[in-house]
Write a protein that binds this ligand. Sequence first.
Ligand code: G3P
Ligand code: CA
Length: 249
Amino acid sequence: MTILQKTIIFGHRGSAGTYPENTMESFKAAYEAGAEGLEFDIHLTKDLVPVVIHDETINRTTNGEGWIKDLTLEQLKTYDAGNWFDNSFKGATIPTLDELLQWVSTTSLLLNLELKSGLVRYPNVEKIVLEYLTKYDVKERTIISSFNHYSLVEINKLDPEAETAILFMEGIYEPWNYARSIGASGLHCYLPVAAPDLLQGAQKAGMPVRPFTVNEEKHMYALIKGGCSAIITDYPEKAIAIRNELNSK
Ligand code: G3P
Ligand code: CA
């Protein structure tokens, strides 16, 4: 039996392939499927409450309309975040970070908190999320990522112990050097960028790579066989089955 270096499976927005993304239902499904980690997205409401949702507006994933920055938590909670996906999920709401962490603190799940601070510059979002991670004592098992690398620098200024990872879509040359230069310690790249030269270079440099979004079986097989540190997938159950199969050979 070959024991491969274990590739950690992060459920993207929970189990976004089979559940309404970024809902408690989706996170619990990823956990029950056996994912070791959860990836999720954070924005701030008008009253500065961190909430778990991907887009800047609620238009795509709820029955409402409007920008999160313009809606209070009380207003946001009146909308349905499950029915758009399938009517069997009617009644799901947009979770607050508080609700998510309260449940996570009863598990040993790893977290990948993505700060969606690129289009809207939410005031003090970095400080606010660090306070929540401290409140629930989950900072040591959380990786904070963002496409807005200024936010990552801010996180590291506020808390040099916090673990950060750069999100990127294009072929940054030797991204491990760039990541280190801004205090980040992980590479969260778009799957097509995770080519052998990047994977091998990062491995040599001792920096974990966690590509997104790895949904096709052929990519799961290749990355898990290659010993990639982690993958971020909408189908954690499929990734776990593939990892089990490879480990039993
Ligand atoms: O964190 C990985 C991935 O979620 C980044 O892209 O647009 O799905 O949030 P996006
Ligand atoms: Ca994300």
